[in-house]
Design a binder for this molecule. Structure first.
Ligand code: ADP
Ligand code: MG
Length: 457
């Protein structure tokens, strides 16, 4: 093919075909298709682009591809230049300079499609304990707004363990310390929603531009985009673009990157590149700490309301599921006590929170008991329900019967059924036997203590 200096747009058409193979359909549609070859002169190919951001992006990511394809097609190209088409009205990004100028606002930039931040979710109100200290330290580091040391920061953990709280805290802190930075916080669901909206309104360029113009991007609950292919794709590109520009990214999810099903492998591996930190389930001390802090807040709100000693300890001990439930319990307790004008006592707590306390009780199954006891006495699980009468097997079996009666609401016949269809009188005999022996045999009493503690968590 002899094109040289007078390469036509027809040739560019052929080159584009080749580029599509090279960069993939998606990237092609987004970045190559909108390019217009203006002229080719003195070894420089001049392209018109819709926006300067677009030009920068293509220059950084695709210029080499484009050049090499042009050369393959026979054109003499040493360099590629991108310029915003002068004639066309500018579809530049939403007014970034204006947003930067109006810095007095405490919230996020208006032009950023972020989610509102909860004013209560700050570092001041975040209680640090063993289970979350690493996550907290990493979040603090990011909130300093210094040079990016790990990217992304990936926070994961079960529901209600403080992921969203930490992300909001980072955003608040950055706004205070580094008002020059554009901070964008949103949920993965909102990201998807915005993206779909942009597709529908044919504003994908604006969308891309916007997301690539932030300094700190925080996406909450990223597991949400698993299985949502085009959103994942877009997220991946946004992610890469920001990482390439050395912009900080913070991600949260309900599990580790590798464990999110239906998430593309390349995304998983990118997510693992930074610092992956998990928030562990709360322990008793942390729960108590959180309650104590909350009580301070309520003391001001409900003046004169008394709380009896031991109530907070009781709640911290009994409500282990998640912090949100724990907080809800305390809120209800204060509201109720102030309504009836009574001191918050253990009795009041038990009445007022009966449903929460019941739901928080771990539902222990007879199978779990059998398994733990079998493990403890080093016998086979099958022997728990089998017919063997050997003492070394019969005794642990009776221990399991006793614990089943003690720790579950099951009736004797129900327990009998789960012990290989034994009669309820057999179960009763077993339970009595253990009760008798316990008084005489301290080793057995210790075993039972230990097993109970393990089973009740
Ligand atoms: P997640 O996003 O992990 O599901 P959230 O950040 O929404 O959890 O936290 C749930 C609730 O528990 C919020 O009200 C939050 O303020 C509170 N919370 C969680 N962890 C802590 C903590 N360590 N200190 C104070 N409050 C906490
Ligand atoms: Mg959350």
């Amino acid at each position: 093919m002899q094109v040289g200096q007078t390469m036509t747009n027809e040739t560019w058409g052929q080159v584009r075909e080749a580029l599509m193979q090279r960069v993939g359909k998606n990237n092609y549609t987004t970045w190559i298709e909108p390019l217009r070859l203006a002229r080719l002169k003195n070894g420089v190919a001049h392209f018109e682009v819709p926006t300067s951001f677009f030009g920068d992006w293509v220059q950084r990511n695709y210029a080499d591809h484009i050049r090499s394809q042009l050369v393959t097609a026979g054109a003499e190209v040493h360099r590629i230049e991108f310029a915003v088409a002068a004639a066309r009205p500018q579809a530049e990004a939403p007014a970034k300079p204006a947003a930067r100028a109006a810095r007095s606002r405490p919230a996020q930039d208006d032009d950023l499609p972020g989610a509102p931040l909860d004013a209560r979710f700050t570092f001041d109100t975040f209680v640090v304990g063993k289970p979350n200290e690493l996550a907290h330290a990493a979040a603090r580091r990011v909130a300093e707004g210094g040079p990016v040391t790990f990217n992304p920061l990936f926070l994961y953990g079960g529901v209600g363990l403080g992921k969203t709280h930490l992300m909001h805290a980072i955003a608040h802190e950055l706004q205070a310390r580094r008002p020059d930075l554009r901070v964008l916080y949103l949920s993965a669901e909102q990201f998807m929603y915005r993206f779909i909206q942009a597709l529908r309104d044919k504003q994908v360029m604006d969308f891309k531009q916007l997301f690539r113009s932030v300094d700190v991007l925080m996406v909450d609950d990223v597991q949400f985009i698993a299985g949502k292919d085009s959103t994942q794709e877009e997220f991946f590109h946004t992610f890469n673009a920001l990482v390439d520009q050395n912009k900080q990214i913070v991600i949260s999810a309900d599990r580790a990157p590798g464990e999110i099903k239906d998430l593309e492998d390349r995304i998983k591996s990118r997510l693992q590149c930074g610092l992956v930190v998990d928030l562990h389930p709360t322990d008793y001390e942390l729960r108590l700490g959180i309650l104590q802090q909350k009580v301070e807040v309520y003391r001001n709100q409900y003046k004169g309301l008394q709380i009896a000693p031991g109530v907070l300890e009781f709640l911290a001990h009994r409500i282990t599921t998640n912090v949100r439930v724990l907080e809800g319990a305390l809120t209800r307790l204060f509201a109720f006590a102030s309504l009836v004008g009574r001191e918050i006592t253990l009795d009041l707590a038990q009445d007022c929170l009966a449903d929460i306390l019941r739901a928080s009780d771990r539902k222990l199954t007879i199978e779990e008991i059998q398994r733990k006891v079998a493990e403890h006495y080093n016998i086979r699980l099958a022997d728990m329900i089998g017919p063997k009468r050997l003492r070394t097997i019969a005794r642990p079996r009776q221990v399991a019967m006793y614990l089943a009666k003690q720790l579950t609401p099951r009736s004797l016949p129900e327990i009998g059924r789960r012990f290989g269809g034994r009669d309820h009188t057999t179960i009763m005999h077993g339970v009595r036997k253990i009760e008798e022996l316990m008084a005489l045999d301290s080793q057995l009493a210790d075993d039972l203590q230990l097993l109970k503690r393990m089973l009740q968590g």
